[in-house]
Design a protein around this ligand. Structure first.
Ligand SMILES: C[S@@+](CC[C@H](N)C(=O)[O-])C[C@H]1O[C@@H](n2cnc3c(N)ncnc32)[C@H](O)[C@@H]1O
Length: 291
């Protein structure tokens, strides 16, 4: 049985340190939903622009490509481990760019998942393209798949429709890139914006649900999950990112900070409008983590 690196007082936010495949194999528990933001393998020595400054695109050793075959083997291994951690009606969301998303789609299909959607996240404020030799990169893809081809999954259809002004929600989401106010506890090189995770979590779970993120980084998934009354386990091999995750959780435990963050999110997108929140019977999702 693993030992938690950190468990919050309310027991709704737990972190594990180590390789996600080894950690997922080390305990017995099933989750309602998984969000995975794996290495995109983009750290190839290129340059980009951040806050008006030229910066390297290198994120860290963990993001370097080891060649197509090895990257594919890694994707296959962690995606299979994730499948074992899902309830039979559970779903997984995996983000990526063209660099990794095709390998991910292949692994999902080979592992027995049924791909439900490929969401295109169109960033409303992408950085410019410096080389002027390509179109400006302004999108990421998020594959949504269910564990079992035959077992139906949960989709908060009506909620998504009401968030979208009464019209069916489409698979193109226009949402901003990460904002400065989301980095008050420190920086992660590939931190996801809370609004993207809020949409994912609300689309596929009810309050009380258990959510796993095997590449948790700064734990955007866990912060969005807790703000929306869901429970969370995050895994990362880098201790600095786990410290950052813990700091973010402690930040939202301060009522004034939590309110500030909720207000900013509500201003950014209608996702956090309390009139859209549902309060189903939480007993639907029982039990606690075994550690
Ligand atoms: C793309 S980032 C995730 C960022 C996160 N979504 C956020 O909002 O902060 C991927 C993370 O996976 C971690 N990582 C890479 N390989 C790993 C592995 N085999 N096991 C566990 N964590 C890993 C890295 O340390 C990095 O923090």
């Amino acid at each position: 049985m693993p030992t938690a690196y950190y468990k919050s007082e309310d027991r709704n936010f737990t972190l594990l340190k180590g390789d996600c495949v080894e950690q997922m194999k080390s305990f017995d528990f099933k989750f309602d939903m998984i969000f995975a933001d794996p290495p995109y393998r983009l750290s190839n020595g290129g340059i980009s622009i951040q806050s008006g400054k030229i910066v390297s695109v290198n994120k860290g050793e963990w993001d370097k490509s080891h060649g197509y075959e090895e990257d594919y083997r890694f994707d296959k291994e962690w995606i299979s481990a994730c499948r074992n951690k899902l309830k039979s009606n559970g779903t997984i969301w995996i983000s990526g760019t063209f660099h990794n998303i095709f390998s991910v789609a292949r692994c999902l299909t080979e592992a027995g998942f049924k791909i439900l959607n490929c969401i295109t996240w169109e960033k409303t404020n992408p950085p410019p393209n410096l080389s002027c030799k390509y179109f400006t990169f302004s999108t990421e893809y998020i594959l949504w798949a269910r564990k079992d081809r035959k077992v139906s999954h949960f989709f908060n259809y009506e909620l998504m429709k009401s968030i979208n002004g009464g019209k069916q929600m489409r698979d193109v989401w226009r949402l901003p890139s990460i904002a400065r106010w989301e980095k008050t506890c420190g920086k992660h090189p590939t931190q996801k914006p809370l609004c993207v995770l809020a949409c994912i979590i609300q689309a596929s779970t009810l309050p009380g649900a258990w959510i796993l993120d095997p590449f948790t980084g700064s734990s955007t998934t866990g912060i969005a999950a807790n703000l929306l009354d869901r429970r969370f386990l995050g895994i990362d091999c880098c201790e600095d990112f786990l410290k950052l995750s813990k700091a973010r959780k402690l930040e939202i435990a301060i009522p004034s900070k939590r309110k500030e963050i909720m207000d900013k999110l509500q201003a950014q997108s209608p996702l956090f409008n309390t009139s859209h929140r549902i309060s189903e019977d939480e007993s639907y999702y029982g039990i606690d983590l075994p550690f």
